[in-house]
Design a protein around this ligand. Sequence first.
Ligand code: MN
Ligand code: MN
Length: 377
Amino acid sequence: MDVSRRGIVAGALGAGGLTLAQATPSPANAQSPPPAATTGAIPNFAFNLGGAPLGKNKAGCWSREANVTEFPVSTGLAGVLMSLAPGALRELHWHANAAEWAYVISGHCRITVIDPQFNSETSDFGPGDVWYFPRGFGHSIQATGGQDCVFLLIFDSGYFSEYSTFSISDWIGHTPPDVLAKAFGAPAATFANFPKDEVYFAPGPVPPPLPPDPAAASLSMGPFPHRYHLLAQKPKELPGVQLRIVSEKEFPISSTMTGALMDISPGALRTLHWHPNADEWQYYLSGHARMTVFLSQGKASTVELGPGYVGYVPRGCGHYIENIGNDEVHAVVAFNSGEYQEISLTEWMASNSPQLLATNFSQPESVFVQLAKSAGR
Ligand code: MN
Ligand code: MN
């Protein structure tokens, strides 16, 4: 089922405004597609990542990727859905062109990471946990529990690709043995049976538990941990919407990305807003949503997003999201800035006087006095 294509609406707004978007959101509407796109100039703001072809697929592990190749509008952020079999390792690697922000969806895993000061961290992760690796930091991920570990990786460049990461086996496998002998101070023969090509996913035994209380100085952790328990955060409550936001403020290592969990109750609206400083990349875990992106110049685009779908909002574009299903919408959201910025349309209007708004909209002041009362001001 191609939710996004079926639901896409793109077109010019006449004097009547966002007529298509004014349709009452309901599950019934979700079943009957609105009129087809009226212009090819507007990009698609949705991508079915869950239905994308498998990328890397080996040893019971797999990945699916969404970057500008698959999802052209997403120039600012890319994402990868990855699953590791118990004990399997996503090998030691780094990314040259992007930082990595991740959300663990199910299962458990352990990360290792090293920074340029040679601080290293080894930490265990479970569902609802987030990690952040600054661009270029070396890291690995290993599934630790009795089940597959599924996680979402989000990168702060749409030009990221899992196919252009730098893997340790690739580098060592393509370095002459005499150079390796000098580098390690070991006989060249030591490396004779090392893999010649990139390992990427390596099957292996489930590692033992981490020591509960490491001896002093046994770990040289950096000043900022790479793990944040996002699901455990007390959410910010909006009408029908819960937001858990993790920016650099809550998670200091995460200096170039902000993440969020967004829950929308059935029938509720994540209200009209925009982000002055960042692009927005969304992954829908459950529920059915309809998002409209306002593009200025009388243009808007509406897409429908179900489980496994990615939604994208370019920096500064107005948008809102309706829950059009019977179940809660749960989504993971990421922004390519460590500082979270948002301006809501209703707050903006409320910060202006009824007199000014009356002039702006050619309506009586009383309309805006009443709107302010409705908004509880
Ligand atoms: Mn990585
Ligand atoms: Mn937003």
